[in-house]
Design a protein around this ligand. Structure first.
Ligand code: GLN
Length: 501
């Protein structure tokens, strides 16, 4: 096959030029998944037959002259995005049956009757959905170990986690099984696994991509975004997914960022704000090193470097772990075993209360239960002001800090995570250690800003090479500039081209 199977643009161009067919690309992707998934556990389901049918349809559209921007591109979708028979757009047969489990017992048999807008937009652009990607249950976690399907393994070192909660999506792209995957990011779930698996992960501005059909975790923080091997590929996917959707009132009317628009930013002068708190002594040496080398690289590229302060970074975690569970406790209330969710069997004499308690007790895993209890506690009368309202105040102050920081620079640079991928099992008994993974990422969701993690080096850990990422945070709706800044770094360093093994 002529085109690089890990490159969105090359596949698309190859399919449009009819050098390769969508069917060939899809078959190759399915074969790769069949070879690697038993060890990686990146996919929860693979749509072998549907994918081939849909590839044939894309080939027919291409033959008819349709210039599809994602023609024949195989995509993995995180298993918290609905993929259903297509009921709400014109019946062109582009439906994908299959489950949307959120990696939870309570949704293990849930088959959605509709498709998430972001997924539908990819399909309409010619992408081939090859399967659903593993995740932490309801996207709560940083390791993809809390899944009813078992942990996803890191393609760079299978004894380590892929990160989470979009670990299946990151591992699938990192292993070269698909060139594009969708993840969701509420507090870092696209960027942290991207850093662990050596790929680029973009969390768009809040409202940039419709959340319709994304199973809600914390509605004021959730965003869908792409995981790819390069900034260019992320830009192509983002352009297709973005834009107003009548089915999500919070989706923005801003013009979608054009992939071609990156070029116009390439030559603009750049001031990067290095976040002082990101240079913490608590970082793993490989992370500290990658960050300093990234600063040097940008200096060589002509960027002006300034130092900025985000004094509330440490309070970000506290605020996030109040706001996110509060919203989750409300969002997950619908899973009661009656309308939604697996219904528990009742014993003689048991009633409705027992049905709720039993269905939820059996259906939710321990971390989800912990979040529901945390969330209902911080929202209960008597504690609401002390916790929830205080967290909202931190959130507002944080936004002010970001606004001040962006007065002096175009984008912020800081680590994506405090360290590289950790061992499977290392943090499962210590929820606080797991939560601290998110120290550099949750602040971005609290403020609604766009941010990405990109490959910025390789750590030598225990005789293995592990990817390290750095994070760029941009102004609201400034994704095109952010991706152009990332692309300059890619061109200069080629870290994005490193492959496991
Ligand atoms: N790791 C964070 C959490 O557990 C973030 C999750 C996410 O972004 N979905 O809440």
């Amino acid at each position: 096959m002529a085109s690089d199977p890990t490159n969105v643009r090359e596949i698309r161009d190859g399919v449009l030029a009819r050098q390769v067919s969508a069917a060939e690309v899809t078959r190759a992707a399915l074969m790769g998944i069949a070879r690697s998934n038993a060890s990686l556990n990146a996919f929860t389901q693979v749509f072998e037959n549907r994918a081939m049918e849909n590839a044939a349809r894309v080939d027919a559209r291409v033959a008819a002259g349709d210039r599809l921007p994602l023609a024949g591109v195989p995509v993995a979708i995180k298993d918290n995005m609905c993929t259903g028979p297509d009921l709400w757009t014109a019946g062109d047969g582009f439906g994908y049956a299959g489950l949307t489990t959120c990696a939870s017992r309570i949704l293990e048999n849930y088959s959605s009757q509709f498709t998430a807008t972001a997924v539908q937009r990819l399909i309409d652009a010619g992408a081939i959905i090859v399967g659903k990607a593993n995740m932490d249950e309801f996207a709560m976690g940083s390791s993809t170990e809390r899944s009813i399907f078992g942990p996803t393994r890191n393609p760079w070192d299978e004894s380590r986690v892929a990160g989470g909660s979009s670990g299946g999506s990151a591992a699938a792209v990192g292993a070269g099984l698909v060139p594009l995957a969708l993840g969701s990011d509420t507090g870092g779930s696209i960027r942290q696994p991207a850093a662990f698996c050596g790929v680029l992960g973009l969390k768009p501005t809040y409202g940039r991509v419709s959340r319709y059909g994304l199973v809600a975790f914390a509605s004021s923080l959730d965003q869908i975004g792409p995981l790819t091997r390069s900034a260019d590929d992320a830009a192509i996917a983002l352009e297709v997914m973005s834009g107003k959707d009548a089915l999500d009132a919070t989706s923005s009317t801003h013009e979608p960022p054009r992939a071609a628009g990156l070029d116009s930013h390439d030559a603009s002068p750049l001031t990067l704000g290095v976040v002082r708190q990101g240079r913490s002594g608590a970082n793993h040496p490989s992370v500290a090193d990658a960050l300093e080398r990234a600063i040097q690289e940008y200096t060589k590229l002509g960027a002006k470097i300034v130092e900025v302060d985000l004094p509330l970074i440490d309070h970000g975690i506290a605020a996030y772990y109040i706001v996110a569970p509060a919203e989750a406790s409300s969002n997950l209330a619908r899973l009661d075993g009656v309308r939604y969710g697996r219904r528990a069997a009742l014993k003689p004499g048991e009633g409705l209360e027992d049905l709720y308690a039993r269905s939820r007790g059996e259906g939710f895993g321990p971390e989800v239960k912990r979040r529901i209890m945390l969330g209902t506690h911080v929202l209960s009368s008597g504690y609401y002001d002390a916790y929830y309202n205080t967290a909202l105040k931190v959130r507002r102050k944080l936004l002010g800090d970001f606004e001040r920081a962006f007065e002096t620079c175009d984008a912020l640079l800081l680590p994506s995570t405090p360290g590289p991928a950790f061992k499977i099992g290392e943090k499962t008994d210590d929820p606080i250690a797991m939560y601290l993974e998110d120290v550099y990422t949750v602040i971005v969701n609290l403020a609604g800003l766009p941010a990405l993690s990109m490959p910025a080096g390789l750590a030598d850990v225990g005789g293995k090479k592990l990817p390290v990422g750095v994070q760029l945070i941009g102004r609201m709706f400034d994704e095109a500039r952010l991706l152009s800044i990332a692309r300059r770094f890619e061109r200069a360093t080629q870290w994005h081209a490193a492959r496991p093994g």
